[in-house]
Every structure is written in C-alpha cells, then in structure tokens.
Design a protein around this ligand. Sequence first.
Ligand code: MSP
Length: 522
Amino acid sequence: MGKRYYYITTPIYYVNGMPHIGTALTTIVADACARYRKQRGHSVYFLTGTDENAPKVHQVAQQQGKPTQQFVDEMAETFARTWQALHIDYDVFIRTTEARHRRVVTEVFRRLRAQGDIYEGRYAGWYCISCETFFAESKVGSGRTCPDCGKLLEYRDEPCYYFRLSRYAEPLRAHITSHPEFIMPEVRRNETLGFMAEGLQDIAVSRSGAEWGIPAPDEPYGTVIYVWFDALLNYLTATDWLERGEDYLEIWPPNLQLMGKDILPRFHATIWPAMLMALGLPLPERLYGHGWWIVNKQKMSKSLGNVYEPLAIAQELSRVSGCALPYAIDAFRYFMLREMPTDSDAEFSLEGFETRYNGDLANDLGNLVHRTLSMWHRYFEGCIPAGVHVAEGLADLFQQQVATVADAFEQVDFPRGLREAWEIIGAINRYYDEQAPWALAKVGDMARTAQVLYGGLEAVRLMSLLVEPVMPQVAQAIAYQINLPDVPVWQDASRIGAIPSGHRLQAPQPIFPRLSKKSGVS
Ligand code: MSP
C-alpha cells in the first residue's frame, strides 16, 4: 500500500502551562495548511497533541499538589478543547502517556541499542529543566545559567545512555544540501547548517533517579528515556507504525512538519532525522520553522505577565464589537496568519489586532460582501440575470491573484498569500468607483449594472475560497450568503464566472461589525 495521506504535524505541546498565542500560532498555521490541502483535493492526516513525560510537567504537577497523571489528563483536555474552539480540525490528538506511544519509544530504544546506535556511558554536565536540554560544560558560563533561556541549570553526574548522533552528521548534511525544500524558510536551513558546523556530538538519551517518564527497557527503576527522544517519536506513533505492518506507509513520511524556530535546528532538523536514519525510515519531506511572537520587544513569559491566551482575546473582541464569537475566533486566526512571523520575529499587540479587524475585515472584506449583496438585492432582487460575465481585465486579475495566493499558501507564507488575496478587494473597490453601478442603475442601464455587479460577486465568491483555510466559519458564512456550498473545491471554484444566471442570492448579513475606537479590545 502506497502513500495516501498528506501528513501534517504540529509539535506536541508541553502541558506545564496553558495554550497561548505562541502555541496557537503553530497550530493555526498547521490547520490552515491542512485545510488548504483538502481544498486541493488531498486526503489529509493532521496530527497534534501533548508532550507529557517532561520533568517540568511533573514539577508543575507537584507544585499544584496533584498526582501527575491526573494533572496531565486535565491539561491535555484543556489543550484539545482550546484547539477545537479555535476551529482546529485535527485528525488525531496524540498524548505521550498513551500505551501505544510507550511501546514505540521502548521498541525504538531497544532496536537502536541492539544495533549499537545507543550505548552506555556516563553523563557529567548540565541540564536545563525549562528547555529540557543537556548542556556540555563548555557551553555553560560561570553563572551556571542556561545559554538558551537564562534559567539556573542543574548539575548531573550519572550513568546514562547515549545516542550516536555523530555517526549521522555527514549523511544528514548531504541530505540537507541536496534537498533545498527539506528545511524552510531559508534562514532556518542556514541556522541548521550553522549549528551542525559546530560539530555533532553524541547526545545523552536517558536520565536516572526520575519518577516520571518512559522507563528505559531492562534498566533499574528510575532510569527514564530523555523526553525529547520520546517526544519526537510521537510522529511515528501516530501512524501506528508498530501495529500496521507496511500500511503505516499510507501516512508516513510527514509531508509538512511545522514548529517554531526554537525547536528546529537542534531537535527537528538534526536529532530527529538522525533517529530516522538510524531506524532506516524515510525522512520528512519538509520542516518549516516560523519566527516568534514578541510582546513589547520581550519574550512572552509568565513572570513578565505578558502571556496572551487566544480564546480570551477572541471573546473580548466579540464582546466589544458585537461580532459573533465564531467570526471573532476566525478574525483572531486571520490576525495570527496575516502577521505571522516568518523569517524574523514579530511584535504581537492587541492594537495591531484591532487595526487589522477594522481595516482588513470590517472595512475591506465585510464591506465588499455586504455592499455587493445589497446592490444585487436593491437592483435585481438577488437574482442573477442572463448574459453577464466578468470583464476581461478583471478576470485576468482574478486568475493571476488566485495563482499567486496558491503559491504563497504552498510555501506556508500566509502573510503574502493574504496580502495578495486582498488585492482582489482593492481591485473591486476601484472598479466600483470607476464604473459607479449605482449611477448606472439610476439611469436605467441595467445590463451594465449587472455586468459590474457580477464582477463584484465573483470577487466575493473567490474571497470565500481564498480565506477558507484561514477563516473557515467566515468562508462558510459568505458561501451561505451567496448561496453556494460551504467548502469550495479549488479546482471548480477557481474557475472565473462560476455563478450561473438564474442563481439566487441570500439576504446580506453583516459579519464583522466595526469596532469603535473607545471600546477597543486593547
Ligand atoms: N514539547 C516541545 C515540542 C516537542 S515536539 C516533538 C515543545 N513544546 S512547547 O509547548 O514549548 O511549544 C512549542 C511550540 O510553541 C513551538 O513551535 C514554539 O516555537 C511555539 N512557541 C512557544 N512560544 C512562542 C512564541 N512566543 N511565539 C511563537 N511561537 C512560540 O517545545
């Protein structure tokens, strides 16, 4: 059985804290990619989940005085509910405390140990519990703080297992250089090559004296497998690799693995493919690492009190603007993707959200839909007359924009894709200004009025196609108003002039009420 699914993954999230705009970003990007692929006719397998075996998760459970299993159960539920509320249409939600995942991790550990890729040694060095990363003495300054996050490190001196990462340095470098699409965008590829150029040492893959985590097989109590070694394998577990024989190849390998830049060079672009090479498994097709949200020029963190929760932001927008909650949630998704940090980091602010809401959504998209449908009802009772088509120049522009948006979405470049989609709105607004359909109707030139409004209607229809991956409920609302099926199929929908004469439109309903300055979300 060959490959059947377009396989998309998000990282699995640590459950020591609540979902926030950082984890929401990765998840929304993945969801938009999955929805876009579905529109293009792919069968999609979209995986997300939770990383539950980490020492820091156990630590927080203890601080809260809860049994760790109960704590992770509650938190996994919170993550799943949050993603559902954000219209994330995942296929599988994996948890690393599941038995099937433990089986995979244990089996991989056994196999690699049997073939000499995992071997016994001793670890003497530092561990950052916040980053869940081992740091060699040479990387650590005199302050004994983490070179990545700055927090205090703990010293460990104990027997441990190593993974023979060094063995895969050369094959990996060769793979990266011969597959330019493997790591994207290019900055991340360069970061990875830079990281690898420092030399790849074997890495510790077990800890001892631990109370939480997946036990290393055939080892004394307290020896557990390093959480990153365990977590990365979730992508394999989700294909039922151990249970399905060759059939797991219907899903495997991942076509697109999404993540933030912090976990790309070392973990996903080095350790992960090296583990797969050691197992003799095909590598993922593409790894994509986005930039970070920063808030007031600083990293988001609990101690700075600048952590934003996505649902709270959408609920507040809905409350102050009167925008129905599903559309406010879509507005939040739009903002995440329109301003998404790609190559570099980007500043997140509620003012920025408010500006995009009023400008791009209320003034541009909402107004285009409402104005166009209102005119159709005013002049034609909502029914498309015979003999209308999209003016030539306009049809070319539509075609070109649809192709450009598709290209950008394929490159995971949502800011560019959405900017290009909005060009259609700009073009129609100019077209209405030039052609003044209201003036044409006034002098009774109904043939030309219909012709102009038909261009507008096609723009509305195309916008519902183009925004569907980003704002699924809004796309559905637009599709309902123009009386077409909810989820358009790209192939059919990107044809210009698809609305036939005799077609009836529904009454317009405002989607994005304007937010007045005084009552802003900020
Ligand atoms: N558990 C690991 C991943 C294991 S995957 C095998 C982990 N989890 S995490 O909860 O810390 O979340 C990781 C994801 O959230 C990453 O993609 C990370 O980049 C993203 N973000 C966390 N904070 C972020 C911002 N401030 N901005 C953008 N994304 C950020 O790492």
